[in-house]
Design a protein around this ligand. Structure first.
Ligand SMILES: Cc1cc2nc3c(=O)[nH]c(=O)nc-3n(C[C@H](O)[C@H](O)[C@H](O)COP(=O)(O)OP(=O)(O)OC[C@H]3O[C@@H](n4cnc5c(N)ncnc54)[C@H](O)[C@@H]3O)c2cc1C
Length: 371
C-alpha cells in the first residue's frame, strides 16, 4: 500500500508516465476506473506520435495492433471544396488510425511490463495529505474501500481532472464541445486512409477508418445544442449526418455502436499553490479541441515532462520543478487558443448559427485582448 508515485487514470498520459517512472526504478501504482471494456474515441494519431512511442520502447507493440496508415486530412472547411493536407511532407511520415481501446490497453500493459502495478476497476474516492507529508488515497474497488499511500500523485484522469480538483485545483473551461460518435462496420477502408472533416451549421463532422473494416463518424457540437436538439437520438443524428454530403458519401455499413456522446471540452487546470507534491498530465493538465488532431501526442509529451517532474519531486525539488512544468503548459495553452481561434475563423458560412457564432465571438474577444 506504500508507493513512490500513484498515477490515477490509465489513458495514454497516465500509462506512459507510469512506464517511465517504473523504468527509473520507482515504485508506481497505476489506478484505472475502467476495465478497458467500453469503446474509446480518439483513433487518429498524428505522425509525431511515432518518435514518442519509439522512445517509450513500445513501437513493436504498437505495430502489432495493425494500425492503418493515415496519409493526411481532407478538409471541407470554409468552402464546399475539399482541401488536402498531406502528411507526406511530415518528417515522421504518415499518421495512424488505431483501435483506441486496444491502443490504451497496450500502453497500460507496457507500464506493467516496466514494473508498475496496475489496478483496474478501481476509482479514486478521496484524497488527502497525511501528517508525514505523504498522500493518503482512498480507492473504491467493487464497492470495497482500499487505502493507499504515495509520496507523489499524478492526475491522469482526463479532462475531468478528478484528482486535481480533490486537492484544490480548478479548471478554466474554454468551451462545452461534445463529440456524438457512431462506429460503423463492414466497410472497405482500403482507400480511406485519411481523416475527413466537414463543417455544417450545427458543428463539424469527423470521420476516419478504424482497423478491421470499421469507420468512425462523429458530429462535434456544443453540449447544450446537442441536448436541446436531441442530437444523440439515432434518428436525429442520421438526419444531420445526411446534411454532411462528403462524410455521408464516405461512411455506410452496419452500426456497431452509437450515437454516443463524449465530452470534448477544452480546459486548462489552474493550481493555486506550487508546494504540494502532485502534478496533472495529459488532458487533466490541458485538454484541447479534437480539431487540433494532437490530443494523444500532447498526452505523451506531457507524460514525459510529468514523469521528469515527479522524479524531481521525489528528490525534494518541489516548487521550482512544479513552476517550470506549469509554465510550459501555460505556453502550450496560449499557443493552442490562438491556433484554435484562427482555425474556426476560416469558416464564415454559418456565422448566424449558435455553434459558429460562439466561435466567431471568441475570435473577436481574443483579437481585442491582444491589442
Ligand atoms: C471525441 C474525441 C475525439 C478525439 N479524437 C482524437 C484524435 O483523433 N486524435 C488524437 O490524438 N486525440 C483525439 N482526442 C483527444 C485524445 O483522446 C485525448 O487528448 C487523450 O486521450 C488524452 O489522454 P489522457 O491519458 O490525458 O486522458 P484519457 O484518455 O481521457 O484517459 C483518462 C483515464 O483516466 C481514467 N479515469 C478517469 N477518472 C478516473 C478516476 N476517478 N479514477 C480512476 N481512473 C479514472 C479513465 O477511465 C481513462 O482511462 C479526441 C478526444 C475526444 C473527446
Amino acid at each position: 500500500m506504500e508507493f513512490d508515485v500513484a498515477v490515477v487514470g490509465a489513458g495514454p498520459a497516465g500509462a506512459a508516465a507510469a512506464r517511465r517512472l517504473a523504468q527509473h526504478g520507482r515504485r508506481v501504482v497505476l489506478v484505472e476506473r475502467s476495465r478497458f471494456e467500453a469503446p474509446r474515441v480518439g483513433e487518429s494519431l498524428a505522425p509525431a506520435t511515432q518518435p514518442l512511442l519509439v522512445e517509450l520502447g513500445v513501437w513493436p507493440q504498437f505495430m502489432a495492433l495493425s494500425p492503418l496508415a493515415s496519409y493526411g486530412t481532407r478538409s471541407v472547411w470554409g468552402s464546399a471544396e475539399a482541401q488536402e493536407h498531406s502528411h507526406l511532407i511530415n518528417p515522421y511520415g504518415c499518421g495512424w488510425h488505431v483501435d483506441r481501446l486496444a491502443f490504451d490497453r497496450m500502453l497500460a500493459e507496457a507500464a506493467v511490463m516496466a514494473g508498475a502495478e496496475l489496478r483496474c476497476g478501481t476509482a479514486l474516492a478521496s484524497c488527502e495529505a497525511a501528517d508525514d507529508g505523504r498522500w493518503l488515497l482512498r480507492l473504491n474497488h467493487a464497492g470495497d474501500p482500499t487505502p493507499l499511500r504515495a509520496r507523489v500523485l499524478i492526475d491522469a484522469t482526463g479532462r475531468a481532472a478528478h484528482l486535481a480538483r480533490w486537492v484544490g485545483a480548478q479548471r478554466i473551461v474554454f468551451d462545452r464541445l461534445v463529440g456524438v460518435a457512431t462506429l460503423f462496420g463492414d466497410i472497405d477502408t482500403s482507400r480511406e486512409g485519411y481523416i475527413l472533416v466537414e463543417t455544417t451549421p450545427d458543428g463539424w463532422w469527423y470521420s476516419a477508418p478504424v482497423p478491421q473494416d470499421r469507420m468512425m463518424a462523429m458530429l462535434m457540437t456544443d453540449g447544450d445544442l446537442c441536448g436541446r436538439a436531441s442530437l444523440s437520438a439515432r434518428i436525429r443524428w442520421r438526419q444531420l449526418f445526411a446534411c454532411a454530403p462528403k462524410t455521408f458519401a464516405r461512411v455506410s455499413g452496419t452500426v456497431l455502436w452509437g450515437p454516443r456522446v463524449f465530452s470534448s471540452l477544452s480546459q486548462r487546470l489552474r493550481r493555486s499553490e506550487f508546494d504540494a507534491r502532485w502534478i496533472a498530465v495529459g488532458d487533466a493538465a490541458l485538454a484541447v479541441d479534437p480539431i487540433s488532431g494532437s490530443g494523444v501526442v500532447r498526452a505523451l509529451r506531457s507524460a514525459r515532462a510529468g514523469a521528469e517532474t515527479a522524479l524531481a519531486l521525489l528528490d525534494g525539488k518541489t516548487r521550482h520543478a512544479i513552476e517550470a512544468y506549469e509554465a510550459d503548459r501555460d505556453f502550450e495553452c496560449t499557443t493552442y487558443l490562438h491556433e484554435r481561434a484562427q482555425y474556426y475563423g476560416v469558416e464564415q458560412r454559418w456565422r448566424e448559427s449558435p455553434f459558429w457564432h460562439r466561435r466567431a465571438a471568441a475570435l473577436t474577444e481574443m483579437a481585442a485582448s491582444s491589442q
